[in-house]
Write a protein that binds this ligand. Sequence first.
Ligand code: ADP
Ligand code: ASP
Ligand code: MG
Length: 439
Amino acid sequence: MKVLKFGGTSVGSPQRMKDVCRLVSEDGEQKVVVLSAMSGTTNTLIEITKCYHTGDRAGAFAIIERMRDMYSLHISNLYSTTAYKQNVQKYIDDRFDFLKSFAEQPFTLVEEKEIIAQGELLSTFMATCCLSEAGYRAALIPALDFMKIDENGEPDMEFICNNIVKHIDPESGIQIFVTQGFICRNAEGLIDNLQRGGSDYTASIIGAAIKADEIQIWTDIDGMHNNDPRIVNKTQPVRHLLFEEAAELAYFGAKILHPTCVQPAKAAGIPVRLLNTMQPDAPGTLINSEAEPGKIKAVAAKDNITAISIQSSRMLLAYGFLRRIFEIFENHKTSIDMICTSEVGVSMSIDSTHDLDRILNELRELGTVSVETDMCIVCVVGDMKWNNVGFESKALDALSDIPVHMISYGGSSYNISFLIKEEDKKRALQRLSNNLFKK
Ligand code: ADP
Ligand code: ASP
Ligand code: MG
């Protein structure tokens, strides 16, 4: 069985939703379909939570009524029979009334997450009804019954595997099992989510749990491009990536994939295919465990990075110094992306500043600390084994007139990363494309 995930734009209008329904039904194969919320919905739900957090009940209600009108219009265009129109209208009315009920209670992070989960509940109900109305055997399986994260926010694979099989029975005669991306329950059993863009992660987790033949991520572009198409002109699709290369690109900013999406598929050895809903016949990108030696594949960039440097003569010939630094980050649950060391100093980059002041205070006990904000990691991904000569110098050449704060190479065989100022990002990405990919 395959798992097919469709993102927000792919289900973003009645026509797109109809196209997706046709795409998942026409081959007659049994499959699991994971859907995101219709595009814009999760952002709008977040707006509603902001209103509730500030006690702006009227503001929240105004947004909810605007959403209700938009969804009602979608319903009138999506279904042909009155029975389906009425049934789905009733469902969405219940959901929007539920959103209004939060005005009557204290509003905490728990309620916020319940609200943010509504987008995927709406889209999956609508799509399942659309498939059923067209005569296909489709079943809506509730992600909240099987998708669970533990106290560290990691998927609880044992729970997921044990519970998903209760819903997906290959002998049931159901052709299309539809479920929600993104949403889950946490260790306390409360509604939670897998972070923004997390529907990709859902698809990969489900694929691993049911030992799928393939995981397909359908979106609005023909696969992973060799640079960020939102920033660089004339990017090209990459036809094949190694799991490790895809993981590096996703982690370092290629928005087409959620940062942790590759991991479950890789662990289970299931190929991932990135495909374009608008051009279903385009080959897209295949991600698997087959390496392509000697090729630089793509470039990605991750914003909002903070660089921290510690200089200390106490580091000279000392041992245990790095451990003391790492312990500080560990105690503040902050992960380090890049690190460079010399005999008298260490520089690191982090993307979460939730505890920055306390981290800096503790680091100051170890040496002189300096901080740079608004930085960006640019990452060149491909076969970057150390004994492949010339690849790192090609990347460095491209950045010859751009100030580079840190360089990380040799950490894995798949990437070389540069820490630069965010304001230099566009120029750096364009130069790298010109140097690395121009035929
Ligand atoms: P979905 O809503 O389907 O999950 P996303 O918006 O999350 O879609 O991801 C698709 C978008 O990712 C593309 O429209 C593109 O602008 C952006 N993107 C960023 N970097 C890349 C890249 N290297 N290759 C392809 N798309 C990328
Ligand atoms: N709807 C969620 C979001 O907008 C999850 C997703 O689309 O993957 O982030
Ligand atoms: Mg996405």
